[in-house]
Write a new protein. Sequence first.
Lengths: 351, 593
Amino acid sequence: MTFVPKPKVRHPLLEFNEIGLTRRDYEGSVSTLCAGCGHDSVSAAITIACNEMSIPPHRFAKLSGIGCSSKTPSYFLGASHGFNSVHGRMPSVATGANLANHELYCIGVSGDGDSASIGVGQFAHIVRRKVNMLYIVDNNGTYGLTKGQFSATNDRGSTSKRGVPNLYSPIDLVSMALQVGASFVARSFSGDKTQLVPLIKAALMHKGFAFIDVISPCVMFNNHNGSTKSYQYVREHTAAMVDAQLITPHEEISVEYAPGTVKEVDMPDGSLLRLRKLSETYDPHDRIGALNHVQRAQEQGDVITGLLYVDPIASDLHEVLETTSTPLNQLVESDLCPGSEALDGVNASFR
Amino acid sequence: MNPTDIHAPAYFHKVVDCQWACPAHTPVPEYIRMIAAGRYTEAYMINWESNVFPGILGRTCDRPCEPACRRVRTEEKPVAICRLKRVAADHKGDIEAYLPHVPTTKNGKRIALLGAGPASLAVARDLLPFGYEIDMFDRDPAGGGMMRSQIPAFRLPADVLEEEVDLIVNMGVNATYNYEIKSMKAMLEMNYDAYFVGTGAPRGRDLDLPGRQEVDEHISIGIDWLSSVAFGHTSSISGKVIVMGGGNTAMDCCRTSKRLGAESVTVVVRSGFEVMKASEWEKEDAMSEGIPIINNRPPKEFVHENGKLKGVIFECVKPVEQDGRLKYIPTGEPDVFIECDHILMAIGQENHCPWIERDIGIEFDKWDCPILDEVTLQSTHPKIFFGGDSAFGPENIIWASAHAHQAAISIHLACQGKDPKDERPPEGLNLISQKMGVHEWSYDAEHDASKRFIVPHANRSRSLDNIKVEVELGFDELLGSREAQRCLNCDVQTVFTERLCIECDACVDICPMDCITFTNNAEEEALRDYLTAPAKNLEQALYVSDDLETGRVMVKDEDVCLHCGLCAERCPTNAWDMQKSVIHIPQLGSYAE
Ligand SMILES: Cc1cc2nc3c(=O)[nH]c(=O)nc-3n(C[C@H](O)[C@H](O)[C@H](O)COP(=O)(O)OP(=O)(O)OC[C@H]3O[C@@H](n4cnc5c(N)ncnc54)[C@H](O)[C@@H]3O)c2cc1C
Ligand SMILES: Cc1ncc(C[n+]2csc(CCOP(=O)(O)OP(=O)(O)O)c2C)c(N)n1
Ligand code: SF4
Ligand code: SF4
Ligand code: SF4
Ligand SMILES: [Mg+2]
């Protein structure tokens, strides 16, 4: 952590986005995490992505539970809404927030302890419910905040800092999300913003539940030889499957790929999601294929990354519940209490 | 790109923009930190060692360091480097104990200094501690050269000048004043081991236009007039005065006239306002004293009636760019007549040495300047060296000091039978970590966003009345320490150790100025373009690391780095460290010996 606040001066050539802000306007307060923590890079990636999308900061709601990862919403989007909730219970709060105002972009940031240990039940259900949000897990295989106990995503055989191996099988949140119906599932690495930033942008544009499992090393307790979540291990065992690039309606399509390897997906707001397959055999629209692929890679100790699965015509909780198009928090008394005549009508329909 | 060799002294020296720009390479941030700490005497001595005249320069320097200051690129206004020098001089304590020891037993070598201006004085200071016997000759009644004869007292009070001149003379110079040198040949017959020519550029230019001869008694050459004011021969000027010229001499002439009783003073310049040679602040000062500056008006004719000056006719021109150069063409407007009773001609000076015979081995070029080696300042006569305005034409005091250091090294080498060019001491570099503990640095790393502080001035009516009243009052201790905080400590370098870096990106994320990028290596041009922020200042080299674990390299653009140390604080492995670069500029008495 640092004691000196980040000075307000910025690079004189720093670009302004479409609404006249710079990336610096999307930062939060100075991080109190350990120097070199992967979580800070994830926060930076969110900052970059939100700036590039030119969404006003106050249009975001940040939600989190408990853990070093769950502290990070303080460190980005300082001018947005936020709720730092109870350990493992961010999904409930996120569901409520999204139900109350579907116009906000919800970003949930959780940890592997928060989502795969204490909060695993909540996690499964928010996926099932298709809440329209970006759900990020800063996955470091450990309880960073409570000083380095194995978390539920820690691989069997991976060792603690003192060399003691983990005896239990891991929960793989990507597989779980695929299984219970997430419509956007990705995995990335905090040390690779070229991959992570476009994924965050695509996920924010996705309608439905978007999940990104970001391997985010804990420099303090899980970055040693013997750990499978260290910077070095992840770098050596990563294989990217599918690269995502979000092209907003205003942007020119400039990058040309070799034919056959690119898939384009129309997004609800008119942007184009361009998927570039890095592996011949991988199909990002095949849920079961993706699940198999992920599991097999896991078995071999490989970390496959990229946009692993996306359903371009997904729906969300509001669609399932057939809510009104006006956000619920904007309904006034006359909308909610239409009077005795309306009530009589309802009663009559049951007679 | 190849990895940067950060141990080559020039690399980090260039990052300290002010020190790089200072002709004498004064370690600016080091003395500014001393001022912030209230250690004025040390701050003064750091200056004295490099530039020899801190009190004088703190009031009069041309300050090439300030436009170079990184703060211009990060937040517009440079640190008031020059005026902080004055803070050190004004508030210093007793410096006696810090002065070099001058041996009483001499080394047997005799050196003649021709002229007693800043160049000669600085040579004397560098050579005296080595036991040289120094004889200095000047036609003026006292030492100091143009610092005494030209710079008016309202910019440089006599006591400040005398203190720093006398300090050197009293180190043991044998000074002979009121001594006009008429022949170099005669000087050579006095058999000195080496000669240093520091006679300046004492001839003011004149303008031969119609009417010039007839009005001769109403025209003065600016520098001659200023020196007659300085030496008390002139104490008033009456009527309407026109000052011709746009340099610093013109500014001193007009401000002096105003103080000596002129009814009105007008500066008329042939070129545009922006391209005038005078410094920004000199123009501002003149204008704020109510002196109009009229631009784009070349003179055509002196108008007179029965030998009495009536005024000057000026043509109206405008600048146009032709082949990248400014040319002035007539606007077609009718000529203008400006009435006046006296003209001060301040249109330039020349280094003019009619007393140097042309057959004694000193060769001159076609502009009548001596042919010199630019590094050693040795002329084509092995025993004769030049420096200050006499070397390459009129410059300023800080260049005089810078030349003097180089000439002193050359003289020292020559007197030992060594080659002044091939056997010069090299530059050196020390890097010293500033880490004191976790999040603790031995310098004040935190960025101070204050705007540049303004130097208080004396009451206008009082200072316009009396030429001896200094216009600027200088920063007091509080303002000085606050201004000192604005310095970015550009000499505390970000030093990167490849093998420690785990490429976690923490430094990239925290850096407020987007200086750092991890990327695949490429040629410089391509690399400059795709850094986190494009590196457009081609003057500032990129800092490129060796290959990292992932095959990428770290590239840092030094251009707008705040030296805030956040990258080093955020680095989990200390791959970044903040290290003070101490650059050793060869100079007699400090590092060379
Ligand atoms: C009006 C004016 C204002 C200036 N203001 C500034 C300023 O604010 N800041 C700044 O940095 N610079 C300023 N300068 C420039 C600065 O004064 C000179 O660049 C500097 O003094 C040069 O130093 P020097 O030692 O080479 O020569 P000088 O200072 O010119 O000294 C040369 C000495 O040699 C003596 N001499 C010359 N010929 C002979 C001879 N034949 N026999 C005996 N003695 C001789 C002269 O009497 C003189 O004392 C100003 C110059 C002028 C004209
Ligand atoms: C109900 C409850 N149980 C236990 C804790 C203690 N606790 C705080 S953080 C944490 C684990 C956090 O791990 P993770 O979500 O992976 O976050 P990280 O710190 O690794 O980013 C635990 C068990 C708590 N705060 N509340
Ligand atoms: S303990 Fe681990 S997870 Fe927590 S801030 Fe430190 S490095 Fe990051
Ligand atoms: S900020 Fe300080 S060290 Fe940097 S260039 Fe300016 S004066 Fe020199
Ligand atoms: S010292 Fe480090 S963090 Fe600060 S501006 Fe320079 S490179 Fe960036
Ligand atoms: Mg964790």
